[in-house]
Write a new protein. Sequence first.
Length: 317
Amino acid sequence: MKKICAVTCLFVSVLAFLGTTWAAFPEKPINIMQAFGVGGSTDTLLRGFSPYLIKEFNTQIVIQNVPGAGGVIGYNKFYKMQPDGYNLLFTNFPTPYTAELNSETKIYRTRDFVPICAFAKDHIIALTHPEAFQNIEEFMKAAHTRPLRVGVTGVGVTGRGSNLNGLILEKSLGVKFTFIPYESGAASLTALAGNHIDAVITPSSSATNLVRAKRVKPLLVYAEERRPAYPQVPTLKELGYGNADVYFLYGAFAPPGIANDRLNILEAAFNRAVKNPSFVEWIKKGTVEYSHLDAKAFKAGVEKLMSTTDHFIESVN
């Protein structure tokens, strides 16, 4: 009888252990944080993508906006989150890397972020108010006579990506801008639409609705070839700046230390969601370029963008 009880207790213990080990994931809502305000390109893409993740995970997706300090506050918070698969980051890369290089308050290391999946490429664009300048030639002429007020998201010499891109444009044109920092692309574009500043440098997707409404006007795309969404807009390379393919990759990361089994589940679900025909159709209606990268390819893309960022920082300095 004692042997039977012992075996029974052991069997129950094993079942309890296996139940814990094989518990379905996810069993509760997944939090996805992004380090900027509501309405910018990162926020818009994440909110557009989240319904397809909900379908794959069969659970709620909670989006958290944690803006401040050019993204550093959010990235610091993400870095300290539990690596249990329920806490993720969605961002435009290489923004965390440029912020890390500039910030004195960062505690994170971008290289420790664990890539999950990316699905969009977004080239940088310079825009103006329709009543300010009709083309890049007029803009360049004015920039050589006075310091134009250019809206960027973030502060610092090597901070938020679009600020670095402002410095790249300064060097390309041989001028000096007065940079006006904003916490999101949406905020800077609102100021531009109100004709309060001369130009904005931001990911192209941030400006889609305002461009279509003709409240802002594209001047220049940071690319080596003209982009399908803006075929009439000249590129930075056309101005004679050689290595001019400047873009963001939009994708998701897990905190350092996440277990492989959870990571594998996340990767599979994200990849399925990204391939959903309805999502592909939705994203192609905007100005970002659909670019699906699995974890391995995304990691390679991250490494390339960090190297390119280092090159540009050395160049502008």
